[in-house]
Structure formats: structure tokens, C-alpha cells
Design a protein. Structure first.
Lengths: 171, 171
């Protein structure tokens, strides 16, 4: 099968629906995943116009944040991810220099007041633009008998690995 | 805290990096989550120009597909989701009529040949535009002690619930 049926030249526009606030003012030293960010608190500030969409979300203990890696300027198809010294395809990593710089983190939801969500286990740099919030549901989002390829022998480094700024442009 | 610091009027452009193929030619009767789509096979056709980014992905048993709900024309902040007769905020559901119509599914990766990924447990309508592929990693993506709010008493319906087309415009 070729890729001839894939539309080309089309782009899709999304809007910024809010901001993610965190203690991390720059990518350096941000935990690379929520598992390394235990207890780190932050906030989601949703634009007021979307506040009605939060109805009944407070009953969920965890949410999926989908956001824009706004500090990334272009992409690489081959990257050296944080936890390895060997290069891998970008789609085999969670590195931010992706063809579409979309980030995904599962964070703990502590509470909601009006348009503000208090969150915990935040591995996201301050002022990151928010694209979507989804409830985290084990029946939708958890799988068993998982294999994790090249990460198998590297995953033990997760909690001590932090962003070293390698994916953003030096000023 | 107000939302005054949230930038307004800005939009973010993403590109279509591939297509998701599946047996579901229209949203009607699509399983509403991969858990209801066990054994359903499909394909990801990545554009050739991104093929190098697949290096080492084949070692992963599951991948996260992030895609564009291309059949959705506008959003609702309050929706009646598939598994309930009561309305909920859109962010407390996985319904597609979101402010940014971004979909997320975790599917099984059966194999990769060139730019084609063979996948299973596909709950996605045919020819859905692909935005990103991420490896699914339990240490990143699984949490314990989860509460699921309004879904708690509804989740047992998951496997028998199918899309009834309620979120797309009637022709």
C-alpha cells in the first residue's frame, strides 16, 4: 500500500483553550514524565469561555492533558531521547521534537474551582498552551502484557532523569 | 486567578502525517473505545517523508495514536455521552465534539513494514487523519487508585456500546 491516498499540504488548526502553570520556568530540569514529578503541583487555567465543559470532571482522580510543545521550533525524525545514548525514531520516543509537537501527560486532579484546575505530578513547563482535557479511565487507557522495546533496559532511569534542554534552541 | 494571561486569538497549525485505515466506513457502529474493538484490525499509513521516525518502534506492543476527529464540525461544552442518558461537561467525557477535536486511542501494534503499521483493537473510523504516534509505556501512562466519577456506574456498558452517530451532522 502506498501513501498516495494521504492528503498532502493540508493543515489543521487548533486553538489554545488554556494554559498549564507549573514551577518549571524553562525546560531544563523538568521531570521527563509525571512518574518523575510526584508531588509537583500546578494548575490548568482554562479560558472562561470553556468553563461549562468542566461539569462533572471533578469526580475523576486523573486527567489526560494534551498540549502544545510551544518551545519546539522544528522536528527531527531521529533523536537521542533522555534515557538513552543511542538514537531512535521520534515515534519510538516521547521526545518533543515531533512532526506535530503535541504533548500528553496524565496528571492527578486535586480540585476544580471555576475555570482553574489544581493538578499534581506535573512534568510540564510553565505557560504551556493547553489543547484538550480528557478524563483518564483505566478501561480506556490501560493495557496488559506490554512490551516497551528499547526502553526495557532503560526505564529504571525514569525517576532520576530530567530534561537537559536538548530539544530546544540555545539562545 | 483569572484567565487574563491566556493568549487569545492564537491558533496552532498541525499537519496531517498519515491516515488511519479501518473497517469502519462511517461513525455509526464504531466501538466507542479500543476495549470494545478487540481484534478489529486496521492500518496506519504514514506519509513516506516521516518513515525514518518509525525506527525502533516495532519493539513496542502498543502505541498511542493521536488523531483529528475530522467528521466533527463544531463543539459542544455539554454533551450526552454514549454511555449515559444525562449530560456532562465535554472535558468529563471522551466524546468527539470537543473545542479541539483531538482523538486518542491506544492500539496494539502488530508489525511495521516500510511506512505501514498493522494495528489491532481499532476504534477509529476509516481515513481518519493522523497527528502523532507515541509508544505506550506503562511507567508513563498507567496510574493506580483511579476514580472515574460519573462513569463508575456506567463503565460496565463499555463493550456493548457503539457509536450511534450522534456527534456528526446528519446529511
Amino acid at each position: 500500500m502506498s501513501d498516495q491516498s494521504v492528503p498532502t499540504g493540508e493543515s489543521i488548526q487548533f486553538k489554545i483553550i488554556g494554559l498549564i502553570r507549573s514551577p518549571f520556568k524553562s525546560p531544563q530540569n523538568v521531570p521527563i514524565q509525571p512518574a518523575g514529578a510526584k508531588g509537583i503541583k500546578g494548575r490548568v487555567i482554562l479560558k472562561k469561555e470553556y468553563q461549562a465543559g468542566l461539569k462533572d470532571l471533578a469526580g475523576f482522580s486523573h486527567i489526560i492533558l494534551i498540549y502544545y510543545f510551544h518551545l519546539i521550533q522544528d522536528f527531527s525524525l531521529i533523536v537521542k531521547p533522555y534515557m538513552d545514548k543511542y538514537p531512535h525514531g521520534i515515534f519510538a520516543t516521547r521526545a518533543p521534537k515531533r512532526p506535530n509537537p503535541i504533548g500528553l501527560s496524565i496528571v492527578r486532579l486535586l480540585g476544580i474551582q471555576d475555570n482553574i484546575l489544581e493538578i499534581e505530578d506535573v512534568d510540564i513547563v510553565d505557560n504551556t498552551p493547553l489543547l484538550d482535557i480528557k478524563p483518564y479511565v483505566p478501561e480506556f487507557d490501560q493495557r496488559e502484557k506490554i512490551e516497551i522495546g528499547w526502553l526495557t533496559t532503560k526505564i529504571h532511569q525514569l525517576k532520576k532523569t530530567k530534561d537537559d534542554g536538548r530539544f530546544i534552541k540555545k539562545k
